[in-house]
Write a protein that binds this ligand. Structure first.
Ligand SMILES: CC(C)(COP(=O)(O)OP(=O)(O)OC[C@H]1O[C@@H](n2cnc3c(N)ncnc32)[C@H](O)[C@@H]1OP(=O)(O)O)[C@@H](O)C(=O)NCCC(=O)NCCS
Length: 170
């Protein structure tokens, strides 16, 4: 477990799945952070977590004030073999706990994990209006490397995608 002043970061366990699924569903229902409209449930998230783990990817949970505060993960950027040293991250923090450094603690842990595996690049795909996520990634050394107008659609709006990336190794 990694301790920071604000949150403890640990591997997710099956008991986290109801809270993890609820946070994911909040993002699906209320935000353009994720461009899905299909809700999850703990069973589906459990299968997703097992697949991530089997492929060697982490699913980390942040705890704050003694409870589930958010989660972070990374997985393949694109499925083709040539992208095997590049990963794409996701970080989600409970709405009432945002702005306390928990997202930063999760992202630091994901970067450390990826560096420990010898990976080369971490990518974040962010809706262009998501100023919190852009600030979070910029603060960790991610820079914008692409901006793709109107590639997404949610809530009847076309969405722009910003790709930010961090080089993990020299
Ligand atoms: C994006 C998100 C993960 C950030 O997590 P958080 O715990 O609120 O962020 P933190 O408090 O750790 O802040 C991290 C950095 O981003 C900055 N930041 C966070 N929110 C910000 C905001 N609304 N405006 C400007 N800067 C912001 C902080 O100043 C901090 O910088 P620092 O490390 O230099 O101090 C969180 O807002 C969230 O879960 N949003 C909904 C889901 C989402 O958008 N996920 C990302 C999908 S790409």
């Amino acid at each position: 477990m990694t301790q920071s002043a604000l949150a403890s970061i640990r591997d997710a366990v099956p008991d986290d799945l109801p809270a993890l699924s609820a946070l994911y569903n909040h993002a699906v229902r209320e935000t353009t952070a994720i461009w899905n409209e299909t809700l999850s449930d703990p069973g589906e998230r459990g299968r997703w977590m097992d697949e991530r783990r089997a492929a060697g990817f982490p699913v980390l949970v942040a705890e704050a004030d003694g409870g589930f505060a958010g989660y972070g993960t990374y997985g393949p950027f694109r499925p083709h073999e040539g992208y095997r040293e590049t990963v794409e991250n996701s970080v989600y923090v409970m709405p009432e706990l945002q702005g306390r450094g928990i997202g930063g603690a999760l992202l630091d842990a994901l970067i450390g994990h990826a560096q420990g595996r010898g990976l080369h690049v971490m990518v974040a795909g962010i809706e262009a209006g998501n100023t919190a996520s852009i600030a979070l990634h910029a603060a960790r050394g991610f820079t914008e490397t692409a901006r793709m107008p109107e590639v997404g659609l949610k809530f009847g709006r076309r969405l722009d995608l910003v790709l930010m990336q961090k080089m993990l190794s020299a």
